[in-house]
Design a protein around this ligand. Structure first.
Ligand code: ADP
Ligand code: MG
Length: 371
């Protein structure tokens, strides 16, 4: 396969991606001759960002080694995205100094016991979701994995999932032979995921879709695992309530088991490593789907609240989609340098403040009459 050279001048002038702030022509030239053991190059890493000027980050890792080999470009991107001022330092509330098993379930559960349901009357929050991204240590990441390895990785993951304890037991739904129509229907039912967007396609993540893809789902949909979506695993807990502690505790239980059966890509400074540098460290995104008709009319105020609490907004159907029916996906932005418990606590504080503001705003009226 011939790899098209990336012209850093074109890349940096046509794009607002974070990577363009740091990828000078000199740095590009210096790193361009390097190749990881799985054959990943800087040209491959920035291809999606280059082809999609509206990328927010613009660089992907093709394997764990990308983060060290291309450190000169990944480190400033990581520092900026996760708002780290000094050294890059992964913090976790799971077992200290180790990525093998949490061993701290009891403490984690009691630490969040005081967090009340954010919306017991179910006026605003439609659902709460906490997910982590994980990649297997022994395989290239999704942008650079080979078809055979993708199958082997999916097989290992299925074996590990089959050993989960009773509250997390579910069924694996392979996507290999699904038609595009079946994928849409099953995605709505939580037993498949959509084909991925143009950002993922240009990064090489969606190659061969839907081969070796699949979803492990518990009855009721409160626990699921997406296999070979943007990362090898997306481990997801979801509830139609505002109870972040309940959702997080189920995720902690799943991680406790899966870290004992699977070896994840991990680094002492950068934490869990995955394809996108925004998804490293805890690699955790905790958020709610929340209906905010009043704040929908006050976008500046909502943006300010979100910024003040270190959160981010996504559209109703996920990243880079539109907000429909005033239903926002609001979640933590940073995933590295803060422990999981703190991430949940600051999300809780931020969402409580947003609900309070929403309540205090008068309902959207018919608007001012024109002059
Ligand atoms: P991530 O990359 O964190 O998995 P995405 O933005 O790619 O998240 O969205 C993946 C899917 O998860 C989308 O279908 C989105 O609508 C859904 N989703 C995200 N947050 C929630 C939530 N709080 N409740 C229900 N669905 C959610
Ligand atoms: Mg996603």
């Amino acid at each position: 396969m011939t790899v098209e050279p990336v012209d850093p001048a074109v890349f940096s002038t046509s794009s607002n991606a974070l990577v363009t702030q740091f990828l000078t022509p000199a740095l590009f030239e210096r790193l361009s001759c390097l190749k990881t053991a799985s054959g990943f190059t800087l040209a491959g890493a920035v291809r999606s960002g280059q082809q999609n000027p509206d990328s927010s980050i613009g660089i992907y890792a093709g394997d764990a080694q990308s983060y060290s080999l291309f450190k000169e470009i990944f480190d400033p991107v990581i520092r900026t995205y996760h708002e780290l001022t000094g050294e890059i330092r992964h913090v976790s509330d799971f077992k200290k100094g180790s990525h093998q098993g949490s061993g701290r379930m009891d403490r984690l559960q009691t630490e969040l016991a005081d967090l009340p349901d954010l919306d017991p009357a179910r006026q605003y929050i439609l659902s709460s979701r906490v997910r982590v991204a994980r990649s297997l240590a022994d395989f290239a990441f999704t942008p650079n994995i080979r078809a055979k390895d993708r199958q082997n990785a999916a097989h290992q993951i299925q074996q590990a999932l089959a050993t989960l304890p009773a509250p997390l037991q579910g069924q694996y739904f392979p996507m290999d032979r699904l038609t595009p129509e079946q994928i849409i229907t099953q995605a709505a039912a939580g037993t498949a995921f959509p084909p991925g967007d143009r950002f993922q396609a240009a990064a090489g993540i969606t190659r061969g879709f839907p081969n070796a893809r699949g979803v492990y789902a518990c009855p009721g949909g409160r626990f699921s695992v997406w296999v070979h979506e943007e990362d090898h695993l997306r481990i997801i807990c979801l509830e139609n309530t505002g109870s972040l502690s309940s959702v997080f505790n189920r995720l902690a239980l799943a991680l406790d088991h899966l870290t004992q059966t699977l070896a994840f890509a991990w680094d002492p400074c950068m934490g869990f490593l995955n394809a996108c540098p925004s998804n490293i460290g805890t690699a955790m995104r905790a958020g709610v789907h929340i209906r905010l008709p009043n704040l929908d009319q006050r976008p500046d105020l909502l943006r300010q609240l979100v910024r003040d609490h270190g959160l981010q907004i996504r559209g109703t159907a996920g990243e880079k989609t539109a907000v429909s029916g005033a239903v926002f996906d609001i979640s933590n932005k940073k995933r590295l340098g803060i422990g999981e418990i703190q991430l949940i606590r600051s999300l809780h504080t931020g969402i409580a403040a947003i609900i309070e503001t929403e309540k205090n705003l008068s309902p959207p009226g018919p608007g001012c009459p024109g002059p």
